[in-house]
Design a protein around this ligand. Structure first.
Ligand code: ADP
Ligand code: MG
Ligand code: ZN
Length: 478
């Protein structure tokens, strides 16, 4: 039997405020265990939480970026459970009156734009971290993360394939990075998703029974987990059995999910209103000030790059997925005046470096200014492709201006005809095999000669001059 897949995501993002949500402890990943906590985030009796205003601001920013309505009145609730990662035995969250609701986010699936509904975005505090000792009969607790501000973004069940789930999460990640409210470092757990998934007979309107997989922390794992769960449910339904509503844990290394708790064991959180925090009443001025400060979002930027700089959608899409990269593209294009050259270099050289060395290269010496200067030199034929790569290597190490590097390393294109001619003659005469190949019609040998000659001239010779002289030289043998 064939099925339609129905997926809803609950995404947790840690906000990058400087202090925690209800106290002034430092909000920073890592640190020695239990060094970033105080009586408030340790949940000591008698302490009182005070809401960090930045948390409100960041949440509203996220809500506006995701086309949500912003509630003029919202409140906090206690979500009760007994587990030592929360010393108070409850988590402060928002239950029935979240701050943002009823929004949507557009994603690209192939050539189509699809709208995914956002049910709500609410504020909550993160819990501490339990470390289960592999050798001793005990668990250790680190409360540094307890009280770190989180937003939870809950989608409508509008996602219809594992691939869409991944694209959606990627889109949310980019938006949160653009509006600068979260680092979205998935490997550090600052962005994680729960995947709710059900199947229904193809074309049916009857919702199926869903399962939930918790805390998945990579884009790839979200897609894999959803795929595996869809297949698992299909096998159950195909064999005439029923899917049970349950919570499962995805093990990415095994590529399988395991039962965490079934419906019987499902948590009863007994939510009730948080009496220690006043409700949040927002006036229009506060919201409008934030609205005015909103930056251009990824999709808008993509459109603009296609129109203003005339680059293909493919390029614009890739570049705008990273705000820092997009900023570099824009500045560099203005300086060098050849946006397609800039996007080509970003998509090849820079992205290769990012894959190898990480995004940190965008936060060091490289910027739109010097990248643009460098590509201007290349575009004017003053340096070669090989030299341009060398200049980037240097620039990333020293932060020097491209022109200075070019002078210091003597990289300016060499147009010394006699030197080129001498090198050409030498390379051609000392490679008889390649010469024979060329004479017998194997034109690939030309490229071989070009490569050798350019290498002999340290990649600095003007390639068009080399080509011209080499062509003439080879003519003599034909
Ligand atoms: P809970 O409070 O139990 O987590 P919610 O109603 O808040 O339940 O829904 C949680 C998530 O489950 C939402 O993202 C929602 O879109 C998704 N969801 C709801 N119904 C289904 C379904 N039939 N199949 C898949 N996902 C679903
Ligand atoms: Mg849930
Ligand atoms: Zn604290």
């Amino acid at each position: 039997m064939r099925y339609d897949i129905v997926i809803g995501l609950e995404i947790h993002a840690e906000l990058k405020t400087s202090s925690k949500i209800f106290c002034n402890c430092k909000n920073e990943f890592g640190g020695d265990p239990n060094t970033r906590c105080c009586p408030v985030c340790l949940g000591m009796p008698g302490t009182l939480p005070v809401l960090n205003k930045k948390v409100l601001e960041y949440t509203i920013k996220a809500g506006l970026a995701m086309n949500c309505k912003i509630a003029a009145f919202s409140k906090f609730d206690r979500k009760n459970y007994f587990y030592p990662d929360m010393p108070k035995a409850y988590q402060i969250s928002q239950y029935n009156m979240p701050i943002c609701y009823d929004g949507y986010v557009e994603i690209d699936v192939g050539d189509e734009t699809k709208r995914i509904g956002i049910e709500r975005i609410h504020i909550e505090e993160d819990a501490g971290k339990l470390i289960h000792s592999p050798t001793e009969q005990c668990s250790l607790i680190d409360y540094n993360r307890s009280g770190v501000p989180l937003i939870e973004i809950v989608t409508k069940p509008d996602i219809n394939s594992p691939e869409e789930a991944k694209i959606f999460l990627e889109t949310i990640k980019t938006i949160l990075e653009y509006i600068e409210v979260s680092d979205c470092r998935m490997q550090e757990g600052s962005l994680r998703a729960d995947v709710n998934l059900s199947l229904k007979p193809e074309g049916s309107n009857m919702p199926g029974v869903r399962t939930e997989m918790k805390n998945i922390n990579s884009l790839r794992a979200v897609q894999r987990a959803a795929q595996a769960e869809a297949e698992r449910q299909a096998r159950i339904l195909d064999s005439g059995q029923k899917v049970y509503q349950e919570t499962r844990r995805w093990d990415d290394s095994k590529g399988e999910s395991f039962l965490m708790r079934d419906k019987e064991e499902s948590m009863d959180y007994r939510y009730f209103p948080e009496p220690d925090l006043p409700p949040v009443c927002l006036d229009d001025d506060f919201i409008n000030t934030i609205r005015k400060s909103m930056p251009e979002l990824p999709r808008m930027r993509r459109e603009r790059y296609m129109n203003q700089y005339g680059i293909p959608k493919y390029d614009a899409d890739l570049i705008t997925q990273n705000r820092l990269l997009a900023d570099i593209f824009e500045k560099a294009s203005e300086i060098c005046g050849n946006p397609k050259l800039v996007s080509n270099w970003i998509m090849t050289d820079i992205m290769k470096r990012m894959n190898e060395e990480g995004e940190k290269i965008l936060q060091s010496y490289l910027n739109g200014e010097n990248f643009g200067q460098l590509l201007l030199l290349l575009d004017k034929g003053e340096i070669t492709h090989a030299s341009a790569i060398q200049v980037i290597d240097e620039l990333l190490k020293t932060g020097e201006e491209p022109v200075e590097i070019v002078e210091r390393l003597n990289l300016r294109v060499m147009r010394d005809e006699s030197l080129v001619t001498k090198t050409v003659e030498q390379v051609v005469s000392s490679n008889p095999q390649a010469l024979n190949d060329y004479i017998s019609g194997k034109k690939k040998a030309f490229g071989f000669f070009m490569g050798k000659i350019m290498a002999d001239l340290q990649g600095r010779a003007d390639p068009s001059l080399v080509r011209e002289i080499l062509t003439k030289e080879l003519q003599r043998y034909l």
